[in-house]
Design a binder for this molecule. Structure first.
Ligand code: DX5
Ligand code: ZN
Length: 220
């Protein structure tokens, strides 16, 4: 099974984003957290920022929308060239219709679930998505601790994806470091978002390699 490592630029230096994107060029995607101060209490970037980051980034962008009304706003991120656009199940009015629209525009469509959001209503709809993001912290802030109670949901999803025979990536986001990446990989995750662990390191590229190695050491 392939794995992907996506550093989150929420932990980068906002005054030096082009430089920090260059520092993570050995990663698979740059994870971009969009927060609207409503769906989550924090506020970050918008579509204009993503459009510009897209132009200077050496790797594709993995956009994570923590916003209200993604039905209205998510397609704009696909239109400016984001490789993947992930929206929260809790915020979408019609998740399947929105995912289809994102795919039509040419982006990978992602469905995100907060730690307390059950996955069961979506298990028969997995083929409508290219990735499912299991939040392993409450969305809104970097630097929080991995919530172990999310592991059964990751395991359930891995089983359902295997049975579906669709190539749906299983992403985890929040509190990922060299230890928790093992736990998440064992539970079945194959795509790992890491913010503070990558950008808090002296050499982000070394940390990317260390995280990859840690995840790979426990693949089965
Ligand atoms: C949290 C964001 C995460 C965040 C992860 O709401 O969705 O992507 O950047 O940061 P760390 O890796 O520091 O937990
Ligand atoms: Zn995120």
């Amino acid at each position: 099974m392939d794995m992907r490592l996506n550093p989150s630029i929420l932990a980068a230096d906002f005054a030096n984003l082009e430089r920090d994107l260059a520092r993570i060029s050995s990663a698979d995607f740059a994870h971009v957290d969009i927060m609207d101060n409503h769906f989550v209490p924090n506020l970050t970037f918008g579509v204009g920022m993503v459009e510009r980051l897209q132009q200077v980034s050496p790797i594709p962008l993995d956009v994570h929308l923590m916003i209200e009304d993604p039905d209205r706003w998510a397609p704009g991120y696909a239109e400016v060239g984001a490789a993947s656009v992930t929206f929260h199940a809790e915020a979408a009015t019609d998740a399947v219709a929105l995912a289809r629209r994102l795919r039509d525009i040419g982006a990978r469509a992602g469905l995100a679930l907060k730690p307390g959001t059950p996955v069961e209503p979506y298990l028969d709809l997995l083929h409508e998505f290219d990735q499912v993001l299991v939040m392993t912290v409450e969305p809104g802030f970097g630097g929080q601790s991995f919530i172990e109670e999310t592991l059964p949901k990751i395991e359930r999803l891995r089983t359902a994806i295997r049975h579906s025979r669709h190539d749906v990536w299983l992403q985890v986001d929040g509190g990922i470091n060299e230890e928790t990446i093992l736990t998440a990989a064992e539970a079945g995750a194959d795509t790992f978002v890491a913010g503070s662990s990558v950008f808090g390191a002296e050499h982000p590229s070394d940390q990317i390699a260390a995280l990859r190695a840690a995840a790979a050491s426990h693949r089965h």
